[in-house]
Design a protein around this ligand. Structure first.
Ligand code: SF4
Length: 210
């Protein structure tokens, strides 16, 4: 983690991290950007979030937008129709059930439409500064298994396994480091093991085409 931390400093940050910093860790904008980011390239997520936040930055203003307007603003993120419905429904629930504030517990976040553990963990880490969460997406799942930190089949299994093997002080940084590494070096296909700063520590489990 120390080596990765030094190396990722020189690389482009993931879109949601960038949005969280730009928006001063505003929980609502972190939540919406994370919802938009699922299965979507970072540049697309960043552009779509920027367009949406230019029109509406709060649950009240965003919840008033018609779904087709949200669709238009967030296109071409993946599943933009589903996401537009979830964004609007989430705004309504934040207003009606949580007094206009994004909840700060896992259980409450998981009751929002379209919010799974990945989104909830990232909101808790980036917007509520939780030191108690690890956010696992496809990059974290893949790289943790390649490195041999865990032997798991799904991101949810990986999250639980990582709580057991990663020292607690690194928990909030696992996502930032491994997502950045996964986008730039330890890519899904053809990982760049020849330039990897942890190559000498990595058993490259499951890597067939470095
Ligand atoms: S050595 Fe290769 S497989 Fe291992 S972390 Fe680095 S890029 Fe990924």
């Amino acid at each position: 983690m120390r080596r990765l931390g030094r190396a990722v400093g020189a690389l482009e940050e993931p879109a949601v991290e960038k949005i969280a910093k730009d928006q001063k860790e505003d929980p609502f904008q972190v939540l919406i950007a994370t919802m938009l980011s699922a299965q979507t390239r970072d540049a697309v997520t960043h552009a779509a979030s920027t367009r949406l936040f230019r029109v509406a930055r709060t649950p009240r203003t965003m919840g008033r937008l018609p779904v087709d307007e949200i669709e238009r603003l967030i296109y071409p993120v993946s599943f933009y129709r589903h996401k537009a419905v979830h964004v609007q429904a989430t705004c309504e629930q934040i207003l009606s059930r949580f007094g206009g504030r994004v909840p700060d517990t896992m259980d409450a976040l998981l009751t929002l439409p379209g919010v799974g553990r990945k989104t909830a963990n990232l909101v808790l880490i980036l917007a509520h500064q939780s030191p108690d969460n690890i956010c696992v997406d496809t990059h974290v799942h893949r790289i943790s298994n390649r490195l041999g930190w865990v032997i798991t089949r799904t991101p949810d299994e990986t999250e639980q396994a990582l709580y057991r093997v990663v020292p607690r002080k690194w928990w909030p940084l696992v996502n930032l480091y491994l997502v950045t590494w996964g986008q730039n070096v330890c890519r899904p296909v053809y990982p760049r093991c020849d330039v990897c700063v942890v190559a000498d520590l990595c058993p490259r489990i499951g890597v067939r085409k470095p």
